[in-house]
Each structure stands twice: as C-alpha cells, then as structure tokens.
Write a protein that binds this ligand. Sequence first.
Ligand code: CTP
Ligand code: MG
Length: 231
Amino acid sequence: MTAQLNPRGDVAVLVPAAGAGVRLGPGAPKALRLLAGEPLLVHAVRRIAAAPSVHTIVVAAPATEVEAVRAMLAPVAPVTVVPGGAERQESVAAALAAVPTGPEIVLVHDAARALTPPHLVESVAAAVRDGHDAVIPVLPVVDTIKEVDATERVLGTVDRSALRAVQTPQGFRRSVLIAAHRSAGDALTDDAGLVEKQGIPVTCVPGSELALKITRPFDLALAEHLLTTGA
Ligand code: CTP
Ligand code: MG
C-alpha cells in the first residue's frame, strides 16, 4: 500500500542513493540490491514514510536509473527522484535543490541505512525543532581505537570515551544546510562536517543499532537476519 506523507509535516528527508556499492561487491548499484527480496531503497523509504513528521522525500538515484527508481518507489510512497552525482555530497546537493517551499527541517539519510526505524527520524527532527541547528544520531565506540602511522606502527591509544560513531539521518535547519552546501569545499566530509566548518554547533542524540550502514556483504547478511527477527 502506498504510504501517505503528512501535508502538515515540517520535515523533508533527502535520501542519497546514487552510490555504486563497490564494497558490497559486483552487482547493481547498492540502493537497488535486494534485501529479503526488496531493494535496499524500498526498505529505507518505507521506514522514512512511516515517520509522522515527514512532508517530503527526495531521492538522489543513480543517473541511469532515475526512471526505474521512480517506478520502483511509486507503490511505496510519494517521492521526488532526481539524478545523483559522482560524490555523495553532489547527490545531497541535487536532492536539496528539489525540496519544495514548506519544510523548515531537512534530514539527510543514507539509503544504505535501510533498516533505520521511523522513531530515529522523529527524534532527530524533534531535536532540530527544539532549536538545535544541526543534529546527528550517534553510538558509543565499542572497540579500542589505536592511531597508527603509514607502516602500521601504533602511535597511541585514543580515549574511546570521547568518541562517537555517527549515523544518519542527520538533521538541520533548512537554511543552515543550504548555507553549508553553498560553501562546500571538502567532498570527503559528511553533512554535519560541512556545518561544523561554518562554526555552527552540532548536537548528538542517541542513534540506533538498526541504523547500521550496509557497506559490506557481512552487513547485508546481518540485515537479512535482523529482518527475520522483526526489524
Ligand atoms: N551516495 C550517493 N551518491 C554518491 C555516492 C554515495 O548518493 N555519488 C549514497 C549511497 O547510495 C549511500 C550513501 O550515499 O546510500 C552512503 O554511501 P556509501 O555507503 O559509501 O555507499 P556507496 O558509495 O554506494 O558504497 P561504496 O562506497 O562501497 O561504493
Ligand atoms: Mg561510498
């Protein structure tokens, strides 16, 4: 059944989905790869559309797959699909340009985090609504982290208690994200990184184990398992 988005909602969600998925191994672009018989992007969009504050969803698809992605998502939820770019940041910028007037909260959410629960979309949006310009979901780092040199010699042990692993959706006041993208100079950073460079404070909220990024074959197998146990 096609989900209805909330016409009174104040949140637009940008979904960069134009990556190749090189680390997942040979095959279709990652967002189109199947997880329990459905493309990752379908899982992701279905969960975003289930978040009650969401007014608009804009997907940045692989440039050659725009029509296929439109057809694929039509039964899932009303979405706008635009061609993505060669770098994730270009894909986000293309999606951002397609957000209609209205939503003042913009979330950026990787299609690869296909099992992200709707409540995480809501909690990030709520923190922006509460007055935070930029909000990221994070988890504590569980492994011991070492800094090494080019020869793999250990230089030191990093204090783990001060580290966080960052997920998406990352949430922003719309004008803040637009300004950060306008001045984007570093293709390697995430959206919150662009905002940090503007000197704007970024706030953390608790992330979710289910928001794992499907990157390697192991992650896909884990996601399949999580789905069979009710994710
Ligand atoms: N992405 C995008 N446009 C790009 C590159 C990435 O929209 N040019 C999206 C991916 O589709 C994904 C998200 O950004 O949903 C996070 O990127 P990542 O997990 O690195 O996905 P891929 O780039 O597809 O994977 P890989 O780096 O292994 O090729
Ligand atoms: Mg990538």
